[in-house]
Design a protein around this ligand. Structure first.
Ligand code: MRU
Length: 325
């Protein structure tokens, strides 16, 4: 994501890994469509893009409330979208300069949060670890180094990472296409697996822990993430493996008490059927109960149950990365 001279440049995630196509967005409606149609995806990236959508609204003298409502309606589950729009609401004197300053502050704060979370990698990893992950949680999905993938990058930098197993992530294949693309580019050792191979992989003792991102974490620690994440948490418990969530505070929604209150996006049948005329149920996300989560890493530190995201938390360990303290 790049802001240049009044234009939001977005790497079109639908084209990865085949092509690197940069979209040039000049109106808030184009940003809304890019979020809705999944050109930009991943909770923190969606939030930052929406903030720049509001900047484009200001630049184009569009109605502020209409733009806000339109962007808010683009996708329902990732709370980062609403969080970023709430932050944009804090701009009182609504000029394009003020909106741009706020959007850039949001983006930079996410970059910083990503770095801080990555610096906590040694609190959940160990030398020689093999890590299982799902969906895309890297530099494509965030304005920074990523959430779960940022932690994986740091484990690699520490020399602690033996291998990543990346779930394909049916049906949109964010793991097979996006995560594999990022890992391949950086020379991080990995293997892609179909989602349904996760149980066998764990049974064979090939996984040391699971790490995933999140789209919305509520007060009791219940965490919505890409469909299939809950299944991994159940499997991890069965095999006695730790299961971690890594997500910035912008993904925490303290207004909701339990995961049952999270709106789960239901997506079109064609993602599964490829046009066959059969009925399907296609939720984009599931909710992992807080009780199955070993710990939740935010930029404030490592939280364990009972979760209390209201209080700032000191990191359990001293950060090891070359990241801002
Ligand atoms: O439907 P998507 O591709 O937007 O879903 C993305 C995910 O579920 C990610 O795992 C989540 O946003 C965490 S990203 C840092």
């Amino acid at each position: 994501m790049r802001w240049e001279d009044g234009v939001l440049h977005l790497l079109d995630q639908r084209e990865i890994p085949e092509r690197e196509v940069w979209l040039e967005l000049r109106t808030w409606q184009e940003v809304r469509d890019a979020i809705r149609d999944m050109a930009v995806r991943g909770a923190p990236a969606i939030g930052a893009a929406a903030a720049y959508g509001m900047v484009l609204a200001a630049l184009g003298n569009s109605d502020r409330s209409e733009a806000r409502a339109g962007l808010a309606a683009s996708r329902p589950t990732a709370v980062n979208l609403f969080w970023a729009l709430d932050r944009m609401d804090e701009v009182q004197l609504w000029t394009s300069e003020a909106a741009l300053a706020k959007a850039q502050a949001i983006e930079l704060a996410e970059v910083d949060s990503n770095a801080r979370m990555a610096s906590l990698a040694s609190s959940i990893g160990k030398p020689g670890c093999r890590v299982l992950t799902i969906c895309n949680t890297g530099a494509l999905a965030t304005p920074g180094v990523g959430t779960a993938l940022g932690v994986i990058r740091e484990l690699r930098r520490l020399g602690w990472l033996e291998r990543v197993y990346s779930c394909e992530t049916r049906p949109r294949q964010q793991g097979l296409k996006l995560t594999a693309w990022e890992l391949h580019k950086e020379g991080i050792p990995f293997r892609s697996i179909v989602d349904s191979a996760a149980a066998s992989l764990m049974a064979q003792g090939q996984v040391d822990f699971v790490v995933a991102g999140a789209d919305r974490i509520v007060a009791n620690g219940d965490s919505a993430n890409k469909i299939g994440t809950y299944m991994l948490a159940v499997l991890a418990q069965h095999h006695g493996l730790p299961f971690y969530i890594v997500a910035p505070s912008s993904t925490v929604d303290p207004a909701l008490q339990t995961g049952a209150q999270i709106e789960i996006e239901e997506r079109e049948a064609s993602e599964i059927t490829g046009g066959l005329p059969f009925p399907v149920w296609n939720p984009g996300f599931d909710v992992t109960p807080g009780g199955l989560i070993t710990g939740i890493v935010t930029e404030r530190g490592l939280y364990r149950a009972p979760y209390d995201f209201a209080a700032p938390k000191e990191p359990d360990i001293v950060p090891t990365g070359d990241y801002p303290a």
